[in-house]
Design a protein around this ligand. Structure first.
Ligand SMILES: [Zn+2]
Length: 398
C-alpha cells in the first residue's frame, strides 16, 4: 500500500465518530498476522514487515526515518538514525534516537527501549552502554536501541509527557501502549507511531528499561510474567536480587509487545533522575548474558539471578502515609522485613511523632520514598513478598 493511500485513510478517519478511530489506528500494511510476532517468518513467508521510509531530512548528521525495516540496513555495522515521531503544535516533530547494531549474519532481533518515562536516566545509560559494547562484525542477529521515546518528558526530566493542546496535561506514556496513531493525545499517537513503525516490525524479543520515579528510590529488580518461558529465561540471566512475577497493567509497553507475540519484561534500575553507576553494570551484564544465550554475541555467560540470591515474589504490598509530615526511615532498600517490623516514623514541623509505620508482610524492600516529606495518601514503601499478608495489607495498584 502506498503512502498516499495511507494518508487518505488517516484523513477519512478524522471524519468518522471518535469511537471508531481505534479500529483505524493502524494502517493495514503495518498490521502483523494474528498471533505471529511481527516481522517473523511464518512458514517461510515474511509477515508484518514495514518499508523503511527516509524522510530526506538529516539532523545532526543522522538520517531521519518515519518507518524502519532493519532488513534494509547494511549488515556488519551500527546505524544511528532519528525516528520521526508525533507532530507538535508548531508543525515540527518529536524525534526519537535509534541505534541499530546490525550483525554480519542474520539471527534473533532484540529491541532495547528506554525513556518511556522521562526522569529515568539509568535506563538510558544502561542501553547506551550495552550498544557501546556490541561489535556488529561478530554478531549473529540485530540489536535495536530506542533511547528517548517520551521525548518531551525527557526534555523536562519528569515521568509524564506534558502537552498543552487541550490545556495542560501530563500523561503517563506507560499506560498508553500500544498507542493509537489517531489518538486524541500526543502520547498515545507517539506510542502508536513508535510501536507500529519501529518497534513491533523489527523485534523478536524486547526489554523495556525503567527506574524508580522521582521521589521513590527503587532496588535493582525486574517486573515480568514468569509464566512466559522466554521472559523467565531472560529475567533469570540478570544478577539482580528481586523479581516481581506479575504482568502488571495491560497498557505498559512490555504487555503490548507480549500481546503482539514478542516476549518482553521491564528491568528497574534504581533511583530516578541520576545515574546509578553501581547498579547499571548489573543490567549491562544481564543483557549481554541474554544476547549470548540467544547466540547474538559470542562469549561465556556471566553472573545470573541465582548468584544474586534472587527473591521471586508474586505480590508487592505498599504502606501508605496516613499523615502529612517528615519521614525518617529505619530500613533500607533490599532489607528483608518481617510482619510488624517498624519501618519508619513521621514527625510534624515541631518534631512531634505523628505516626509509626510497620510492615504488613514478610518480604524484601523493593522501593521506598526518597522525598523526606509525605502527604497523606502517598505510597511510602513497596515490599516484595512471597507470603500472604496480615489483615489490612493492600497490594500495589494505582
Ligand atoms: Zn518507568
Amino acid at each position: 500500500m502506498s503512502l498516499n493511500r495511507h494518508r487518505c485513510l488517516r484523513l477519512q478517519s478524522l471524519l468518522i465518530a471518535p469511537w471508531a478511530l481505534a479500529v483505524l489506528a493502524m494502517a493495514p500494511e503495518l498490521v502483523s498476522a494474528a498471533g505471529s510476532p511481527a516481522g517473523v517468518k511464518a512458514g517461510g513467508v515474511k509477515v508484518g514487515g514495514v518499508k523503511t521510509i527516509f524522510t530526506g531530512d538529516v539532523i545532526n548528521g543522522k538520517k531521519v526515518v518515519s518507518s524502519l525495516n532493519t532488513d534494509d540496513l547494511e549488515p556488519g555495522r551500527k546505524h544511528l538514525l532519528y525516528f520521526q515521531g508525533v507532530q507538535m503544535a508548531t508543525g515540527q516533530y518529536w524525534y526519537v534516537s535509534v541505534i541499530v547494531a546490525k550483525g554480519i549474519r542474520p539471527g534473533k532481533r532484540f529491541t532495547l527501549t528506554s525513556g518511556v518515562h522521562g526522569d529515568e536516566m539509568s535506563s538510558v545509560h544502561t542501553v547506551q552502554t550495552i550498544m557501546g559494547r556490541l561489535k556488529p562484525a561478530e554478531m549473529t542477529g540485530t540489536v535495536m536501541a530506542v533511547l528517548d521515546i517520551a521525548r518531551p518528558a525527557v526534555e523536562s526530566m519528569q515521568r509524564r509527557w506534558p502537552s498543552m493542546g487541550r490545556g495542560l496535561e501530563l500523561t503517563d506514556m506507560n499506560r498508553e501502549w500500544p498507542g493509537n496513531e489517531q489518538g486524541l493525545g500526543a502520547a498515545s499517537r507517539q506510542a502508536g507511531l513508535v510501536f507500529n513503525r519501529l518497534l513491533r516490525p523489527n523485534t523478536d524479543l524486547a526489554i523495556d528499561f525503567h527506574t524508580g520515579t522521582t521521589g521513590i528510590d527503587a532496588a535493582a529488580f525486574h517486573i515480568g510474567d514468569m509464566g512466559i518461558p522466554e521472559v523467565k529465561t531472560m529475567m533469570m540471566l540478570y544478577p539482580v536480587p528481586l523479581i516481581w512475577d506479575n504482568p502488571v497493567y495491560p497498557s505498559v509497553l512490555h504487555n503490548a509487545f507480549i500481546k503482539a507475540g514478542i516476549p518482553c519484561f521491564t528491568p528497574e534500575i534504581g533511583p530516578a533522575r541520576r545515574l546509578d553507576l553501581d547498579m547499571i553494570p548489573l543490567f549491562v551484564e544481564g543483557t549481554l548474558n541474554v544476547l549470548k544465550h540467544y547466540g547474538v554475541i559470542p562469549g561465556p555467560i556471566g553472573r545470573t539471578a541465582v548468584d544474586a540470591n534472587v527473591l521471586i515474589g508474586k505480590n508487592v504490598y505498599t504502606v501508605v502515609s496516613s499523615q502529612g509530615g517528615f519521614i525518617e526511615w529505619l530500613v533500607k532498600i533490599t532489607d528483608n522485613v518481617s510482619v510488624g517490623q517498624k519501618l519508619a516514623i513521621q514527625r510534624n514541623a515541631f518534631g512531634e511523632v505523628l505516626a509509626e509505620y510497620t510492615s504488613p508482610v514478610q518480604g524484601r524492600i523493593s522501593a521506598l520514598r526518597s522525598d523526606a516529606t509525605s502527604e497523606p495518601g502517598n505510597v511510602l514503601v513497596f515490599i516484595l513478598s512471597t507470603s500472604a499478608p496480615a489483615s489490612g495489607a493492600v497490594t500495589y495498584g494505582e
